[in-house]
Design a protein around this ligand. Structure first.
Ligand SMILES: Cc1cc2nc3c(=O)[nH]c(=O)nc-3n(C[C@H](O)[C@H](O)[C@H](O)COP(=O)(O)OP(=O)(O)OC[C@H]3O[C@@H](n4cnc5c(N)ncnc54)[C@H](O)[C@@H]3O)c2cc1C
Length: 442
């Protein structure tokens, strides 16, 4: 990479800036995918990450076929010999029922999902971006955008960190005509550019821990639909959300639960306590108990249904959690981070190939439209679903009467994991596409 020194920005106190075609902030799945695709397109891309790999990220580590497809397109080796735990479907437990469903049999998606600890996954993806030609700079904590006098982001300021995550006191600056914020749910970049969270979108909270147990390998990802808490009067309340047990290999299972903010119990509930009580009632043969827990229960937020908008404005594109792209149906965000990274990279490559600033801007603006066209209707239906199951009675009836109906549950799996056939397909595939087309876009 060439890093010519540019004249210092008058507004910035940082040293002279290094220059690239694109700066990507954050090397989670979204940022690494964006950087890899940009490098493949021949662009000079700098990927700035505040942490040092390997680093943990609080997550369920689950990859549905939608995420696997993105990894395959990106050129990541997903063979089992490369350390991936594959699975063939979802096991669902609730209201005394037990159902095992294979992932949908469609041409558009591979027939398997995977689990990989984020400690590994994120490093694999960051190294992949490097191998594709991106310049990965770890321990580079972005403190904010550098703006030109029109308010457009033209670079970023950085403070350097040491291996323990403490600031070294050194500073740096980077400039590029396009910046990508892939800095996760708290997105300092998006906030600095005025893109606050929308309150009309669902939000989730999820907690998880690792357990050394017999469920470390499993052909199915397991999902428990009944999570209970108690209200102020001691009444039991069914929470809108689900618990999961994902075999992560190497003797460990990732066990956790995610809950939506659409019920009254949200915010008043101790989720770690709900998790402890859930774990305590698991069958002994799972080997999952307080004694087999490794590390702590840790939690984080799930920003859903494009809760920061617009996805592009004034030189800054939002990718993944920074743009609130978690699926409200099931809490998955890795696949949408990978997908938005792919779309962002394509739009940027096209924009930078245009001759005039006005043409470039028009192409960059299309990022928002492309994302809304492909996911806006789906996220809107997901948001309505989240509102509906926020009523404990609806959740109870859905579990009681839905689970025994295998055909309905197959449809729900296709809908909730967003795995319809993309061209042609059966009646249920076409129904999902029709539904997502006719509703307003999120
Ligand atoms: C408990 C829990 C369980 C979940 N389970 C699943 C699951 O099983 N499957 C699934 O698909 N999704 C799951 N999700 C959602 C998923 O974790 C996120 O949607 C996904 O990580 C989004 O990827 P991202 O690249 O956008 O952001 P992140 O993965 O958050 O990556 C952001 C990166 O930016 C870096 N960064 C942040 N600020 C700065 C800065 N100022 N300067 C430089 N770098 C910075 C961070 O260090 C990080 O590396 C879960 C979430 C939670 C909380």
């Amino acid at each position: 990479m060439s890093l010519p020194v540019s004249p210092a920005d008058p507004a910035a106190t940082a040293p002279p800036a290094q220059v690239a075609d694109v700066i990507v902030v954050g090397a989670g799945p979204g940022g690494s995918a964006t950087a890899a695709w940009l490098a493949k397109a021949g662009l000079d891309v700098v990927l700035l990450e505040k942490a040092t790999f390997p680093r943990d990220k609080i997550c369920g580590d689950g990859l549905t076929p939608r995420a696997v497809r993105e990894l395959i397109s990106l050129g990541v080796d997903t063979d089992v010999t490369a350390g991936w735990q594959r699975n063939r479907g979802l096991r669902i437990l609730g209201s005394g029922h037990h159902l095992q469903l294979d992932w949908p049999d469609v041409a558009a998606f591979p027939p398997y999902g995977m689990v990989r600890r984020r400690e590994d996954l994120d490093e694999v993806l960051a190294r992949h971006a490097q191998a594709c030609g991106a310049t990965l700079l770890e321990r580079h904590n972005v403190t904010g955008p550098i703006l030109d006098d029109t308010g457009r982001a033209v670079g970023v300021n950085v403070k350097l960190m040491d291996e323990r995550g403490r600031a070294t006191g050194e500073k740096a600056a980077f400039r590029a005509p396009v910046i990508v914020a892939a800095d996760g749910v708290s997105s300092r970049m998006a906030i600095a550019m005025g893109r606050e969270k929308r309150e009309d979108r669902p939000m989730g909270v999820a907690v998880r821990a690792y357990f050394e147990c017999r469920r470390a390998t499993d052909d199915f990802m397991e999902s428990w639909l009944e999570l209970w808490t108690t209200d102020d009067h001691g009444n039991r309340i069914l929470m809108p959300g689900y618990g999961w047990i994902f075999g992560a290999g190497e003797g460990l299972a990732n066990v956790g639960l995610g809950i939506l903010d659409t019920s009254e119990a949200f915010g008043k509930t101790d989720y770690k306590d709900v998790m402890k009580r859930w774990v305590a009632q698991m069958p002994a043969e799972y080997g999952i108990s307080a004694e087999s827990m490794r590390g702590e229960i840790r939690g984080a937020a799930l920003p859903m249904a494009f809760n920061r908008q617009p996805a592009y404005d004034r030189g800054l594109l939002l990718v993944g959690d920074s743009g609130g792209m978690v699926n409200p149906f099931n809490g998955e965000g890795i696949d949408y981070a990978l997908q938005s990274g792919r779309v962002a990279a394509d739009v940027i490559a096209q924009a930078l190939a245009r001759e005039t600033p006005a043409e470039r801007e028009r192409v960059l603006r299309s990022y928002t439209t492309i994302l809304k066209d492909s996911l806006g209707g789906y996220f809107m239906i997901g948001s309505q679903f989240a509102k509906l199951i926020g009523h404990p009675e609806v959740m109870r009836l859905a579990t009681k009467y839905g689970l025994p109906r295998t055909t309905l549950m197959k449809f729900m799996l296709k809908l909730m994991a967003n795995l319809p056939e993309e061209r042609g397909g059966r009646f249920d595939d076409r129904l999902i596409h029709l539904m997502t087309r006719i509703v307003p876009k999120a």
